[in-house]
Write a protein that binds this ligand. Sequence first.
Ligand code: SF4
Length: 363
Amino acid sequence: MKYTSEYRNEAEAQRYAQALAHITTRPWTLMEVCGGQTHAIVKFGLDSLLPDGITLVHGPGCPVCVTPLEVIDKAIHLARRPDVIFCSFGDMLRVPGSDTDLLSIKASGGDVRIVYSPVDAVKVAQDNPEKQVVFFAVGFETTAPATAMAVHQAKAQGVDNFSMLVSHVLVPPAMEAILSSPERRVQGFLAAGHVCTVMGVKQYEPIAARYNVPIVVTGFEPLDILQGITMCVKQLEEGRAVVENQYARSVRLDGNEPAMRLIETVFEIAPQKWRGIGAIPQSGLALREAYSRHDANRRFGLEGMTADEPAECLSGQVLQGIIKPHECPAFGAKCTPERPLGAPMVSSEGACAAYYRYRGHGL
Ligand code: SF4
């Protein structure tokens, strides 16, 4: 298939659903890790095509949603400084911090700029040598290569007024945390295809073996997702638990090796806090000592800042597949896209936003 429309062919989707019903003999619960897949599932009503026993739960794969509250507070603190130009992807601007958000800081005069690439932020620093320019480096393995490129370039070119507030997260340790939880419901994973275009699939093989869980690397179009679900259920029905690649048109087994080398040059694996979930060992990326001059935490003395997350937002449970968004008491009442309590209601990949947008708030 060459065109997007072919991956959205309704008759073909029905055929996948029938094939899936044919092989399903027992109930199974699968998690799609990526928020982009969650949006496709909810938008196209793919879950309504599945046999009754197949339950999809939504995972932690939304970079905006999992960025810790205290890091949002740090971003706001920096954006308020008159000597700082704060550069961010647009999605982060409406994420609520403890008392405000970046968009409100921008509206009240803070120099907050939306960039489409971290390298653009380096250019802002070059163009504004009298200012400190901070880039908000968030996201999974997918965005880490561009972030690494930006800081590598800044160091090589001596752009000393450029630093990064880093909150990168890694998918495999989060999957292990979900599988290790006593509240575990997940029996199979649809792994996010774009993450695997960077990291490859080998890191998943020990997880599939250790937890006896099928992992199918899956794309983002409706037929990709239905095929990924079918491959996953087929493994479960046959008692197998291996890594399979549905998204072979984009994902190679070894991933993007130059990108991985660049990430390893700039970052080291570190403990990481996930919003709503808490600390997950070895699940983040921190700048290596050689790049510490470009670490905004150190430059602005932010290392000790912490924040308590509001108890009424159940995003941690949503992001671990323990509850669905509409099962949060605040959904559609105290929490709406206009007045969000938590990041999953704001982000374009957030599960709560997907349910609100495509299913309505009366669920
Ligand atoms: S509906 Fe709002 S309050 Fe509830 S989990 Fe989602 S973002 Fe948090």
